[in-house]
Design a protein around this ligand. Structure first.
Ligand SMILES: [Zn+2]
Ligand SMILES: [Zn+2]
Length: 133
């Protein structure tokens, strides 16, 4: 049922705690250490991948997700956006051409600033500091 919880998350990223809580809805006796063990097992057999999103917390998602994606992580607010894997298809072609390298799996996390944090929303922080002159 851990796998089912992850499948139903649809592109969201769940921590072990999230998974544990969701499973406990149906199976109250399910505990945290069981969750970790199951996640570890699913990871070992390649059904679940662990993704680090820069906040030091492991997030889990199913590997056979039909829409593979990569992660854009905002360093300001920590927001995670999913990027369709096809943004990499061009890079993939180039690697194949230049290096005869075929990409298997990619675990990509791109850090930066999201639209909200890059401003536009407010002009704060731009106050003139006319201390001397
Ligand atoms: Zn993801
Ligand atoms: Zn942000």
């Amino acid at each position: 049922m851990v796998l089912q919880v992850l499948r139903e998350a649809h592109g969201r990223h769940l921590t072990a705690d999230d998974v544990c809580r969701a499973v406990q809805d149906s199976y109250p006796s399910f505990n945290r250490s069981t969750t970790y063990r199951v996640l570890e097992l699913l990871g070992a057999i390649g059904l679940v991948q662990q993704t680090r999103l820069g906040d030091g917390v492991a997030h889990f998602e199913v590997v056979d997700n039909p829409d593979r994606h990569h992660h854009l992580v905002c360093v300001q607010c920590g927001r995670v956006q999913n990027v369709p894997a096809d943004v990499l298809s061009e890079i993939s072609l180039r690697l194949a051409e230049r290096h005869s390298f075929h990409i298997g799996t990619v675990d990509l996390m791109i850090q930066g600033e999201c639209a909200g944090c890059r401003g536009g929303a407010s002009g704060r922080g731009l106050t003139a500091e006319s201390a001397g002159g």
